[in-house]
Write a protein that binds this ligand. Structure first.
Ligand code: SIN
Length: 540
């Protein structure tokens, strides 16, 4: 139907691959795919504004002498609580180490080593083995900075576009063809112009959606944009009810979203109530190293029982020099706030951290819509099941980015000859930005209160009702006013919130990260993914 050769349409930027998002998955894809095509990477803020930069713990991989792939697989499946796709787990666990070594040997990531030059491996919740490769407590930033430097050197084959935010995907369905993606409308945050970028394939690497909750470890950019965009063009989205709450975010009025890595508990940190008593023994045999769903729920229960605002993570029994050397970033930040972890337990609370659900993909990152891929946190590969094993996320981002970069070679050109430019119609500039910020706030509080760590049928029903009204208002606002970054994010986050609520309502049981007071046990018939697609889930 459409010509197979490359062509140029005036006013339209064209590439082979358009990557939405500049975190680990997006950059690693760009690096690998640039071997066979021209890549454009768009990032809605600075290229370093992403979740990867905040990942402290590290990347899980079978790198130690006593570890085996079978043990890593077993830990992942156990924590995933019956919902992991074994194939995805095998792919990540078996192929992960080669990518970690590639980062170390080809990209120059300086992972911590012991005196013999072997990886100095950390341990985190749910792992029965030390298998976390890390760069002190700044692993994500170390990997991302090294990759960014490498990618910047790729000249014409990789174009980096910071401060550009995708508005919507372009699909041939609108032009009378079979449904395939061929680009995106992209909003230039600096000029306000909406550009048209076409490509043989679009890769969603937009990261997580933690900002949907009032308390989160995620930076401001984590608004689920890719999931929302993919859903709007008909892609299947799955398991959105499984939102992971990290047990230990720093509790301090001046600390915004600062993570206290699980690696601290991996090195012997103990969670205590404010009266000094340890409590994890009452909840799980692995105590402080139980999986995150268990630890976050235990803290939530203790806070509700005691009425305290936070619990503490006690590191004071460990050697001070070791703490400063192993966790320099956390030590620095805590000291800035007057907390010396060598002598004072760190105040912590749980907060939204990671979306285990996302755009459903196959073993090569392909979504259910042709020429649309999803990788990293925005995707649902099947690796995490109902609860992600700590530090399996950077692993998944690497493995699936590389697999998608290989598979995408076969994406065939499928573009209409004429592409309609962005049309703003009669939209005017809003003079009431407060509507956007107020609605943002409303959604985030509602999600925290009704769709948080512990849910109930009534809370979910209430959340669904309120979201319906909020989304109607947003739709009206969206069509009447000219787009800007905040409005685009609001539109996306509202849809993502709705997808989470709808998925949670379709799971009347408790499993992994989804805990419903009215259905506290597993239901065998529900041991399957919750899959939503347009027409079947919430209205777009
Ligand atoms: C952490 O350092 O605790 C976060 C690691 C992860 O989310 O996997």
């Amino acid at each position: 139907m459409f010509p197979a050769s490359k062509w140029y349409i005036p006013g339209i930027v064209d590439a082979d691959y358009l990557v939405l998002g500049s975190g680990l998955a997006g950059l690693y894809f760009a690096l690998r795919a640039s071997a066979h095509g021209r890549v454009i990477v768009v990032s809605k803020r600075e290229l370093t504004d992403n979740n990867t930069q905040h990942a402290q713990g590290g990347v899980a991989g079978v790198l130690g002498a006593n570890d085996t792939a079978e043990q890593h697989i077993e830990d992942t499946l156990r924590v995933g609580d019956g919902l992991c796709a074994r194939e995805a787990v095998e792919i990540c666990v078996r192929q992960g180490p080669e990518h970690i070594l590639y980062l170390a040997n080809q990209i120059g990531v300086a992972f911590d080593r012991d005196k013999n030059g072997e990886f100095n491996l950390g341990r985190e919740g749910g792992h029965n083995m030390r298998r976390i490769a890390h760069v002190h407590d700044m692993t994500g930033a170390a990997i991302h900075n090294a990759l960014l430097e490498t990618v910047r050197g790729y000249g014409d084959s990789i174009t980096l576009l910071p401060n550009h935010m995708a508005v919507d995907l372009l699909t041939t369905a609108k032009y009378g063809g079979p449904n395939a993606v061929f680009g995106a409308y992209v909003f230039d945050q600096a000029t306000g112009e909406v550009k048209t970028i076409t490509a043989r394939a679009v890769i969603i690497a937009t990261g997580g959606a933690g900002r949907v909750y009032f308390y989160t470890s995620n930076p401001d950019v984590a608004t689920g944009d890719g999931v929302a965009m993919a859903y709007r063009v008909g892609a299947r989205v799955a398991n959105m009810e499984f939102f992971q709450f990290h047990p230990t975010i720093l509790y301090h009025p001046a600390a915004k979203s600062f993570l206290i890595s699980e690696a601290l508990r991996g090195e012997g940190g103990v969670l205590r109530l404010r009266d000094g008593s340890a409590f994890m023994g009452r909840y799980h045999e692995m105590k402080d190293l139980a999986s995150r769903d268990v630890v976050a729920r235990a803290i939530d229960a203790e806070l509700k029982r005691t009425g305290d605002a936070h619990v503490v993570l006690d590191m004071t029994h460990l050697p001070g020099d070791f703490l400063v050397e192993r966790f320099p970033n956390i030590h620095r930040r805590c000291m800035e706030l007057g907390i010396d972890m060598r002598t004072t337990p760190i105040p912590v609370v749980p907060a939204a951290h990671y979306s285990c659900g996302g755009v459903m993909v196959d073993g090569n990152g392909r979504t259910s819509v042709r020429n649309l891929y999803a990788i990293g946190e925005a995707s649902m590969t099947g690796l995490h099941g109902a609860c992600r094993l700590a530090s399996n996320s950077l692993l998944e981002a690497l493995v699936y980015a590389a697999r998608a970069a290989e598979d995408v070679r076969s994406a065939s050109v499928n573009r209409p000859l004429q592409v309609a430019p962005w049309y703003a119609g009669d939209a005017t500039v809003t003079d009431e930005a407060v509507v956007v910020s107020h609605t943002w706030d409303e959604i985030r509080r509602l999600m925290w209160n009704y769709v948080g760590i512990v849910r109930s049928d009534k809370r979910l029903e209430r959340a669904a009702r309120r979201m319906q009204m909020i989304r109607e208002e947003i739709r009206e606002y969206y069509w009447n006013f000219q787009v800007n970054g905040d409005l685009l994010e609001l539109r996306n986050i509202a849809l993502v919130a709705d997808l989470i609520i709808e998925s949670a309502r379709r799971r009347p049981e408790s499993r992994g990260l989804h805990f419903n007071l009215d259905h506290p046990a597993h239901e065998q018939r529900l041991a399957k993914d919750t899959v939503l697609s347009r027409g079947d889930g919430p209205a777009v």
